[in-house]
Design a protein around this ligand. Sequence first.
Ligand code: GAP
Length: 476
Amino acid sequence: MTETSEPTIPTTRAATMEKIVALCKRRGFVFPGSDIYGGLANTWDYGSLGVELKNNVKQLWWRTFVQRRRDIVGLDAGILMHPRVWEASGHVVNFNDPLVDCKTCKSRFRADHLIGEKLGQHAEGKSPEELTAILASANLPCPHCGNRTLTHARQFNMMFRTVIGPVAETGVQVYLRPETAQAMFVQYKNVVATARVKLPFGIAQIGKAFRNEITPGNFIFRDIEFEQMEIEYFVRPEEGSAAFEGWLDAMRGWLDLVGLSGEHVRVREHAAAELSHYSNRTVDFEYLFPGSMGWKELYGLANRTDFDLRQHQEHSGEDLTYFDQANNTRFLPHVIEPTFGVDRTVLVLLLNAYDEEQTTDVNGKPDTRIVLRLHPRIAPYKAAVLPLMKKPELAGPARALFERLEAETGALVDYDETGNIGKRYRRQDEIGTPFCFTVDYETLDDHAVTVRDRDTTDQHRVPLAEVPAFLRERIA
Ligand code: GAP
């Protein structure tokens, strides 16, 4: 993993965003939202394989950071919260995107992104006045219609609004939460009272968040509805810096666990002007996306100090201080926040795993093998059972193996008996299945199957009785 803000030289990679989008639709990972109605911009639905991949990510994260740790407890809060939560958190005033409009074609763009893309300058965190000045001096044309008629940059709040109550005019206006974090501050007092936690401790949550992003795009990288996996880790104020370093290591450990470490991931420290309104230190884990996207945020780690608890204490009137029995003192804890986007994880896993191998088909013609080299821990199917042909004498032992594998390993296993075996292997390669077990006529005599390895395509025989243990060892 790179520890610098210098760009790493991109290695040649097979994956492009277009290929991933096409594969996702072709194989049932991700579909455009409301597809038969022409789609709803920047909404995406996860298909049968996508939902397995996404659930594997969430389950692994929950096991790693909640169930396997004694110092973190879970929470599953509602998406709708009291509107004053978002006044206290600062989102009503500060959660804005700087936008410019084109007076001619009425298109709308994020000013800082436009400057990044067209002028190569990092402009996130700059004020609307600063952005307007940069745009004016470069006299940039509208990327959509080409006219030089962009307005000044102005702030636009990104929270979605809705109304509780049957009559819109008299209902209460509420927001769809733009981050899962706030519920963990709002429920902090209840958690301390019930969960027998002592500092340092964390509250973790996985759930949906909504943002009225103006220039989304790039597939599931930036959606208007997405999922986050967040931890608010409460510490004594003097322990904040050490906890921050500890979480940097824990996040690196997570990247290793899902097979994402390496030269395409780096850690970038935020400059002071870029810091969110609540943070005194933030680093981003960035991924080197293909094509013009380049380095973009994958995860974040922030020191939120006591900003949120202090704000909620003031706005709610509840005492949110912590009584430290060790020192007989009362104070507001500081908070270290590691935050992980679920959809971005899925996208990066797919981009990182995608590979193309030049090979020949059964007739000796040049052919391309597409393979998703997903880590077996998160691959949707851990294995596939394939009878060599669709014949009852092969289906019997193949079905029996399939049922034993599911029962004895707990893994999701595919069963596929239709079509030519070469094409079935290719389908499993393309959806990232690490192992295929082929039941053939020899199986009826030697009680063994052929195991084919997705990454090397090597094949060897394994006795039927040993197949569940073989798979368990490799997916543990
Ligand atoms: N509670 C802090 C917070 O929400 P953030 O950097 O705005 O911080 C955290 O978001 C993570 O959520 C990001 O690192 C990213 O992985 C994911 N994320 C943010 N906005 C997103 C969007 N529009 N679409 C998909 N994922 C998003």
